[in-house]
Design a protein around this ligand. Structure first.
Ligand SMILES: Nc1ncnc2c1ncn2[C@@H]1O[C@H](COP(=O)(O)OP(=O)(O)OP(=O)(O)O)[C@@H](O)[C@H]1O
Length: 587
């Protein structure tokens, strides 16, 4: 296996870290041990906040659950700290599962508020639980031993902390580079995109939350046994906020950011604690206000944190596809002309508004069907009903004979329907390849555990190769370019490539020509004709009449939520009601 230059750098970094106990005084080893512990919590925040987009102020509380579980079990029952590590992870996982199940459906600012609420309540629980020693806490927590050797000197404990951190950083990095990691990033962009490619977003959110809590629990376990005593203070809300600072200052989108942020904030706090009283000539907590100002300033100049700035001088990640011969499974293809999609009397009402009313039509394999109509005619609503984003009020939608009327969009995606969006929904900071690979989520199977341990490389390579093939198919060559650098026209084409990676039996395009320049529209028409030639079945909602009339086999015209007409482009152009209602009699 060839290692990339970034991997070598990471190995060199941890090698230097391993040598520091021979070079640094005890005080700094203790400080760096704390950096390692805090970095573990910040790592969880990278997953939860930076990647999946859920802000949490409550991670210190999870650290506390881990610390208290381990300490109480060791002190009351004399269990080994290795056994209590297991218990700490399980108990924290269960607490996180209960809290996550209740709060993770919340959107916007409600989730951060909920994390504050449990951060506060767990803090007071630690302080008031009779077995936890009240606010004075518990002392005499035994050190961790390894092969009979007590890790109770600053250097031994330091090595343990950084070995655990290195392991956790490795698995987190593996996860971020996997199918599951990409789906987690998609959570941040909203659930619709992720669900439309087959991701169970709620389950993934809960899993991510659980993982971040487990990382905090491991940090708590290390903390309790490293200090030898615990009380509720380090697990309160202020510490929860500081962990979030660490992730944000370092760069909450990456593993390196978590370690950098934990290091900077911890070392800076220590330096300021010494320096400020000397500078100001009086004692008192001046560190916190100075910190607040520094964080505000930093958010002005480097919103993504400091890691992305550092990354600019690091070697770029490899720009080659992974070697591999595995192929992803394909959907069984329908025979040409087979009835693929059928709508029978489909209606969708929003309160009293009949956005779609009793619409019926069908679509055969190999066909391109256009759905047109004036603004507000109900096209997008119908599109959303077909793709499972909205349930119909009445009527039936069948895909290859299967009633999908009340299926969620992720279930429909798994049956072979893929879509693009009216407003482009890509991940601009990801490469074309990464974006396209998102489309193949439902064709691959590796879950969280295989991803964490890097056991899904064959499948990942297959996904990469298929994504590169589909990008070439639509004419996008530079697969390592960032999606955000593309002009709108090519972004829309990238969305089509992403949908093609899903190996769709039916491709839904929602206004693919919206906002495109004339040349870009021409390229889009050429692509659609090419795909048609290759037998792809397409349902397209579009306003651009030139494009539609050029590429579709048949058209369904909607007006005021109802189907006004259906026929070939020529029939539709001559249809009196359509000319009257939709084309204003001018066509
Ligand atoms: N979530 C919603 N809640 C309430 N009304 C809605 C909702 N979505 C759409 N509508 C209404 O349903 C009607 C049909 O809207 P829809 O967006 O489906 O039309 P459209 O044909 O796609 O229009 P456009 O071409 O402008 O995108 C409109 O009157 C719209 O305001």
């Amino acid at each position: 296996m060839r290692l990339g230059s970034r991997t070598w750098l990471a190995l060199a970094f941890f090698a230097v870290i391993a040598l520091l106990p021979f070079l640094l005084p005890t005080f700094y080893l203790t400080l760096l041990g704390n950096v390692g512990i805090y970095a573990l919590v910040a790592l969880g925040l990278v997953l939860l906040t930076g990647v999946a987009g859920s802000t949490s102020f409550g991670q210190a509380a999870f650290m506390g659950v881990g610390a208290y579980t381990s300490a109480v079990l060791c002190l009351r029952f004399g269990l080994s700290p290795w056994l209590t590590l297991f218990a700490a992870v399980v108990v924290t996982g269960m607490v996180a599962l209960i809290l996550g199940a209740i709060t993770l459906r919340m959107q916007g600012h409600f989730l951060p508020l909920a994390t504050i609420a449990w951060g506060l309540s767990l803090y007071y629980t630690f302080g008031n639980a009779p077995f936890a020693g009240g606010f004075t806490g518990l002392t005499g927590v035994p050190p961790i031993s390894l092969f009979g050797l007590a890790l109770n000197t600053p250097s031994r404990f330091y090595w343990l902390v950084w070995a655990v951190l290195a392991l956790c950083a490795w698995v987190t990095q593996n996860l971020l580079q996997s199918r599951t990691g990409r789906a987690m990033r998609a959570l941040r962009g909203g659930v619709t995109v992720a669900e439309s490619f087959g991701v169970n977003t709620y389950a993934l959110r809960v899993q991510t939350f659980l993982l971040s809590a487990v990382l905090a629990a491991v940090a708590g376990w290390l903390y309790a046994h490293g200090q030898g005593f615990i009380n509720p203070t380090p697990f309160g809300l202020p510490q929860g906020i500081e962990f979030l600072f660490m992730a944000v200052v370092g760069g909450s989108g990456s593993v390196g950011g978590a370690i950098l942020g934990a290091g900077l904030i911890t070392l800076l706090r220590d330096q300021l604690q010494n320096l400020l009283p000397k500078l100001l000539g009086q004692s008192g907590d001046f560190v916190t206000p100075v910190f607040g100002i520094l964080v505000i300033l930093m958010l002005q100049v480097a919103r993504e944190g400091l890691w992305p700035l550092l990354e600019r001088v690091l070697p770029r990640p490899p720009q080659t596809l992974m070697p591999g011969t595995e192929r992803l499974p394909l959907h069984a293809k329908p025979a040409s002309g087979e009835e693929l999609l059928k709508l029978e009397g489909v209606s969708k009402h929003f309160g009293g508004l009949k956005a779609v009313s009793e619409v019926s039509f069908s679509l055969r394999s190999g066909e391109i069907l256009g759905l047109i109509g004036p603004n507000g005619a109900g096209k997008s609503t119908l599109f959303n009903v077909i793709s499972g984003v909205l349930p119909p009020t009445s009527g039936k939608v069948t895909l290859r004979g299967k009633d999908i009327s009340h299926f969620a969009s992720r279930q429909i995606a798994r049956l072979g329907m893929a879509r693009t969006f009216q407003h482009v929904r890509l991940f601009p900071e990801m490469t074309l390849l990464g974006n396209a690979m998102m489309g193949g989520y439902a064709r691959a199977h590796a879950g969280m555990t295989r991803s964490l341990l890097h056991l899904e490389r064959g499948e990942e390579a297959a996904l990469q190769h298929d994504a590169a093939r589909q990008l070439a198919r639509v004419g996008l060559g530079n697969v390592f370019e960032l999606a955000g650098n593309l002009p709108l026209g090519q972004q829309r084409i990238l969305e089509i490539a992403r949908a093609l990676v899903a190996d769709p039996t039916l491709l839904l395009l929602d206004e693919p020509a919206a906002g495109l320049r004339v040349g870009e529209k021409r390229e889009l028409s050429a692509l659609l004709r090419k795909l048609q030639g290759e037998g792809v079945t397409i349902l397209i909602v579009e306003h651009d009449m030139d494009l539609v009339m050029n590429v579709v086999d048949r058209l369904v015209v909607m007006n005021y939520g109802e189907k006004l007409a259906e026929g070939t482009p020529r029939e539709i152009q001559q249809h009196p009601a359509v000319r009257e209602a939709y084309l204003g009699g001018a066509a």
